[in-house]
Every structure is written in structure tokens, then in C-alpha cells.
Design a protein. Structure first.
Length: 222
């Protein structure tokens, strides 16, 4: 009953969020007053945060009830990577201007790699791992790669950053629910990503880099 209630509550919370976002953005596009625009930005930012939270809760309820739907299709993983990186570069440019972050993103466009998977959910995992790396890194390089394993049976996505790394206390339970020491997140993200990847028969792993700077996340898809 508790899980059912949480699922219903999250679903009902999601319904009014989109009108709030949509109308706030319409109003913002029609005004010139900078102060009013800043106030609308606060509304939009917090509505998006609520939207992410409700989506996370809905995903967790689906995972725990084993009802996570996968709409598999044949697609080019290289294209998904390129599109996610293009979106992330917009965030990096914004952070450089607003927060004086000095971040470089390195990525070499690989050959086409086709997989059979839920494109939307795989895109969600890759984009959010890149986003996490950007948020955690104040200065340095984020290296991203996509390649096939030697036997050509698996595709491996790797995201390597130069942040402070994973807290040793968190490492043993990194991919479990609520594994976070930050007040800015719920600690559900990596748990959801792991469940999505494993639902595809793949793996997700993470470790701190050997040079003591940052961490590397690897996604392995079959």
C-alpha cells in the first residue's frame, strides 16, 4: 500500500508541473523587465527540480515492482553520444560564464556502434552521467569514450572526470538508494541508472582514478 501510494502521489505531482513550466516560460518570453525575468527563472528552475524528483520516484517504484518498461529499438549509440555531448557543451559554456568553471571535454567521434536497447532510457543514463561529471568538476578535463570490446560483443561508454573523486564511505553502496552525502540530490540517480543498464543485460561500474584525481564510470552494453 505504501509503494502504491508513493507511485500515485508522484504521478499526481507530475501532472501540474508541466503547465507551471510551460506558462512560466511563455510569460518570461513576453517580458523585458530583468528583475521579473530573474524571479521567473527561480520558478522554472525549481519546477524542473520537482519534475526530476517525481520522475526519479516513479522510476524507483517501477524498478521495485519490476514493471520498468523497455521499448527496445535498433539505433546508433554513437549518434546518442554525440547528441548528449552537444547538449552538455551548452551547460559547460554556461558554467564557464556564470561560475568561472574551467572545464574541457575531450571526445573522439568513434565508428558507428549499433545496439538493441531502449533509446530514451539509454540517452537518459548517458546524459546524466555526463551532467554529474560536469557538476562535480570545477577545473580540469572530462574524457569521454565509446568503443567496442576486443571480441566486438560489447559496447563500452566511459566517462572520466578530474573532480574530488568518490567519497570512500560511499563507494561500497554507490549504486544503492540514497547513497549521497550531498543535500542537493536524493541519491536515487545512480541506483536508477544501474537498474536501467542491468535491465538491458549490461553493467555499470565506477572507481576512483589511480592518480587520485577524479573517478571513472563505465557502462557496458551487450
Amino acid at each position: 500500500m505504501q509503494k502504491e501510494f508513493i507511485g500515485i502521489a508522484a504521478h499526481e505531482l507530475r501532472n501540474p508541473i508541466q503547465p507551471i513550466l510551460g506558462l512560466a516560460e511563455i510569460v518570461k518570453s513576453k517580458i523585458d523587465d530583468s528583475k521579473q525575468s530573474e524571479l521567473l527563472d527561480v520558478i522554472i528552475r525549481n519546477a524542473k527540480r520537482m519534475q526530476r524528483l517525481t520522475e526519479d520516484i516513479l522510476n524507483v517504484t517501477k524498478i521495485e515492482s519490476q514493471s520498468l518498461d523497455l521499448k527496445k529499438e535498433h539505433f546508433n549509440l554513437s549518434d546518442v553520444m554525440t547528441n548528449a555531448i552537444d547538449d552538455i557543451m551548452i551547460n559547460i559554456d554556461f558554467l564557464k560564464q556564470s561560475r568561472k568553471k574551467e572545464i574541457k571535454l575531450l571526445y573522439n567521434q568513434p565508428e558507428d556502434i549499433f545496439i538493441q536497447a531502449d533509446k530514451g532510457r539509454i540517452t537518459q543514463v548517458i546524459f546524466n552521467l555526463l551532467s554529474n561529471a560536469v557538476k562535480a568538476t570545477d577545473e580540469g578535463t572530462i574524457s569521454v569514450s565509446l568503443e567496442k570490446t576486443a571480441d566486438n560483443n560489447h559496447a563500452v561508454v566511459s566517462v572520466k572526470d578530474t573532480c574530488e573523486g568518490i567519497d570512500p564511505e560511499i563507494v561500497p553502496r554507490l549504486f544503492t538508494r540514497f547513497a549521497t552525502k550531498s543535500f542537493a540530490g536524493t541519491g536515487l540517480g545512480l541506483y536508477i541508472f544501474k537498474s536501467i543498464v542491468e535491465a538491458h543485460g549490461g553493467q555499470i561500474r565506477a572507481e576512483n582514478n589511480s592518480d587520485g584525481r577524479g573517478a571513472t564510470f563505465d557502462l557496458v552494453y551487450h
